[in-house]
Ligand binder design. Structure first.
Ligand SMILES: Cc1cc2nc3c(=O)[nH]c(=O)nc-3n(C[C@H](O)[C@H](O)[C@H](O)COP(=O)(O)O)c2cc1C
Length: 167
């Protein structure tokens, strides 16, 4: 088969994880945004990284609080995901607007999104400006998962999650 040069380099690695990152301002304000620049970046200690554009309202919250929560997203949350990815907490309380159920982090002072199947609490240990995004490296501190997803050994059965494929 003949190969052809691709000229659009933007976000060329697919599929991307469609996650929601939730965070809290120093004034106690809760927020969340849709994020696709994310990945595991260490097994030991367990770390994940998320890429946030500095103009996002959430950016300052994560930078100042030093914590964030990665929430995995299932297909039935598509509309809420689209809303959180296209509206800013700068203009309204987005999580209230879409009736997202909120819980409290156990190890970090940030909201967890109870409608999501899995929520991963992280503490920022480093960050690197890569270009358009700043990659926040978060050490995993605590993971919440819906009861039916947790195996006897404490691991998550990811096959049971109907992951959102946003685009
Ligand atoms: C599918 C999708 C993926 C996105 N990925 C990112 C991302 O990786 N990083 C980012 O900063 N913004 C990303 N965004 C944009 C933010 O979610 C969006 O600008 C949001 O309104 C910011 O909210 P905030 O201002 O309340 O923080 C994405 C949006 C969508 C719809």
């Amino acid at each position: 088969m003949k190969m052809k040069e691709v000229l659009n380099f933007k976000s060329c690695l697919k599929p991307v994880p469609d996650i929601l990152v939730s965070c809290r301002g120093l004034n106690g304000e809760n927020n969340a945004l849709a994020v696709e620049y994310a990945g595991n970046c260490s097994f030991d200690p367990p770390m994940v990284m998320v890429g946030i554009v500095p103009t996002r309202y959430s950016y300052k919250m994560i930078q100042e609080s030093g914590v964030f929560v990665v929430n995995l997203v299932s297909e039935e949350l598509k509309e809420k995901y689209a809303y959180l990815g296209s509206h800013s907490g700068r203009d309204e309380s987005k999580l209230d607007k879409i009736d997202m159920n909120i819980g409290e982090g156990v190890k970090v002072n940030a909201p967890i999104l109870l409608d999501c199947p899995v929520s991963i609490e992280c503490k920022v240990v480093d960050s690197i400006v890569t270009g358009s995004h700043e990659m926040f490296v978060g050490k995993v501190e605590y993971i919440h998962a819906k009861d039916e997803l947790v195996n006897e050994d404490g691991s998550i059965d990811y096959n049971k999650i109907n992951f959102l494929k946003f685009r």
